[in-house]
Write a protein that binds this ligand. Structure first.
Ligand code: ADE
Length: 410
């Protein structure tokens, strides 16, 4: 149990021995929430060294194996209908159609997105696979989780966790108090902070792309709290630090002015979050118009009604947050990390209620387990290896408990 490594030391060692040895090294990437932020605590890794005796010489055989949280998600060739029954159509994303489906064996509900392979060459295929490649990098409670994906001749199928309570879009008609909004937006910014720290920009954040996984009644006030996940990474992009993007993508109400100028970075997402916050407070978009052209013209002007009666009736903290998100100057606009530290979240308990997510975490592990099939020898080996070697810590103990249970029944 005391096999922890400093990754740096290990890499150095690898280099020295590269010519005549191979190393079996399992690296587990762990994300930890600390002081308001998701901090990468570094990788945990374990190595296995096989020694072979050949004549009088001893050869060490070491294989390198990187186990991140999504290593076990592999492409499956064939139709997902062998495993899932399609129940109904849920809607259309930036690319492809999403269906509700049920695992035939476990009855677990999943979302299945079908993306048609329309084009033939490798670059087009890469573009279609963009969403899959991005989702595979992500593991956060407020971001939809990829479970598996299939490839057939005509289409890709992405299987993700299912969010049963619909879009945030359907909630705009209700009036929320600021505690409810603070819990909601703490999750939105946590998700964005995580994405941006992985150099991923979503580019199409809107009410329709925030789904509700659970509505929980708060004990004291009886008010509903929403647990949410950000979906649809069809137009998401891996960006390079200090370089700007130029493709104009997104949905009109939510598009940041600098995106229209074709020179932007990840802060276009915090602008969109500002638009959503304004919408949920005021019940209307900050930049509106009879058609897309009018909306776009208003965004370019960058002026909106700061004095909407519902906004003025809200706390000075949330008014300040809206102003700092709907800031045309990108350098002055809050980043997701800065937004998380905004005093509004402290005043309205956004953070403390969010920290109550333990329940969600355990549920997430269980969801993952029912949708997992450990089908190759390689996967079994990796799993057994992790189960027996990863030290129990606060972050790993729940999942290890579950896996060990499975292992002992095997
Ligand atoms: N619509 C698109 N993706 C979805 C998901 N993961 N859950 C529910 N509805 C969806």
């Amino acid at each position: 149990n005391n096999v922890t490594f400093k990754i740096k030391g290990m890499q150095n060692k690898m280099k020295q021995e590269q010519q005549n040895t191979k190393k079996l090294e399992a690296i587990q990437e762990v994300q930890v929430l600390k002081d308001n932020k998701f901090v990468r605590k570094g990788n945990r890794s374990i190595s296995l060294v096989e020694k072979h005796k050949l004549g009088s010489q001893i050869f060490k055989e070491e294989l390198k194996l990187k186990v991140t949280i999504n290593t076990l998600i592999e492409e499956t060739n064939g139709l997902p209908t062998m495993k899932y029954k399609v129940i109904q159509r849920l809607g259309d994303g930036a690319y492809g159609t999403v269906y509700l489906a049920e695992n035939l064996m476990t009855k677990a509900k999943v979302a299945m997105k079908k993306i048609n392979k329309v084009k033939e060459n490798e670059i087009d295929d890469m573009e279609i696979k963009n969403e899959i490649n991005i989702l595979k990098k992500l593991d956060h409670p407020n971001i939809v989780k990829i479970l598996e994906f299939y490839s057939t001749e005509p289409a890709y199928y992405i299987i993700t966790s299912y969010c049963p309570c619909g879009e945030l879009y359907n909630q705009i008609k209700y009036q929320y108090n600021e505690n409810q909004l603070a819990v909601l937006f703490y999750q939105v910014f946590s998700g964005l902070y995580y994405l941006h720290s992985k150099n991923i920009v979503h580019r199409d954040l809107k009410l329709e792309n925030i789904l509700i996984t659970e509505i929980e009644k708060e004990k004291k006030t009886g008010k509903s709290l929403f647990w949410i996940k950000i979906i649809d990474f069809g137009t998401a992009k891996i960006f390079e630090k200090n370089k700007s993007e130029k493709a104009v993508v997104g949905s009109s109400y939510y598009i940041a002015p600098e995106v229209l100028q074709k020179k932007y970075n990840e802060k276009c997402d915090t602008w969109s979050a500002g638009v959503i916050l304004y919408m949920l407070i005021c019940g209307r978009a900050p930049f509106d118009g009879a058609d897309d052209d009018e909306i776009i013209a208003n965004i370019k002007k960058g002026t909106y009604n700061h004095f909407h009666k519902k906004l003025v009736a809200s706390s000075p903290e949330v008014q300040d947050l809206v102003t700092k998100l709907l800031e045309v100057n990108v350098n002055k606009r809050l980043s997701a990390a800065e937004a998380l530290r905004h005093p509004w979240f402290t005043k309205f308990n956004g953070k403390s209620l969010y920290m109550n997510l333990d329940k969600e975490k355990v549920k997430m592990y269980l969801d993952r387990l029912v949708s997992f099939e450990i089908n190759s020898k390689f996967q079994q080996m990796v799993l057994a290896f992790i189960v027996h070697n990863v030290p129990d810590t606060d972050e790993t103990k729940d999942i290890l408990k579950i896996f060990r249970l499975f292992d002992s029944n095997d």
